[in-house]
Write a protein that binds this ligand. Structure first.
Ligand SMILES: [Cu+2]
Length: 145
């Protein structure tokens, strides 16, 4: 291989890598924008169903809407109670800290909720049982001491 060809190959490879990187960041950004849009709608649904009433002290709400946890990623202090509320119109969901070997919650039908108090510090991934794989309905909670 001549020097010129080697350089062309190297440049071509870099170009492809840059293109790939650009594509990855664009698809990431669009999925974040999509999540934001869905979560804004979820908030409207919540208001329509439950009004402006904030939850009681020490309770943080996560909404479940259109195969999305809103917010999908959050940080809370140890001892906080998380309340997952299904604000969908028809679809049922669950909350499952599967990686940590916890049991799956009951199936939550529209307007139902489940409370869980997180006492242990750490980062915990969870999924919706029926939609965690195909629809990528996944969330994460970071519990700080
Ligand atoms: Cu679900």
């Amino acid at each position: 291989m001549t020097k010129a060809v080697a350089r062309a190959v190297a440049v071509g490879g870099l170009g492809l890598a840059a293109l790939l990187l650009a594509w990855v960041s664009v698809s990431q950004a669009s999925s974040d924008a999509e999540t934001e849009k869905i979560c804004a709608q979820a908030e409207e649904r919540y208001q329509a169903l439950f009004g402006d009433q904030p939850p009681e002290a020490g309770v943080v709400v996560v909404l479940m809407y259109k195969y999305t946890f809103c917010p999908p990623d959050l940080e809370v202090k140890a001892g906080t109670t998380l309340r997952w509320i299904n604000v969908d119109k028809r679809t049922s969901h669950s909350v499952w800290f599967k990686e940590d070997g916890k049991p799956e919650s009951d199936r939550l039908f529209p307007e139902e909720f489940v409370d869980m108090t997180l006492d242990e510090a750490g980062a915990f991934n969870y999924i919706c049982g029926p939609h965690g794989d195909q629809e990528k309905m996944r969330g994460k909670v970071t519990v700080v001491p």
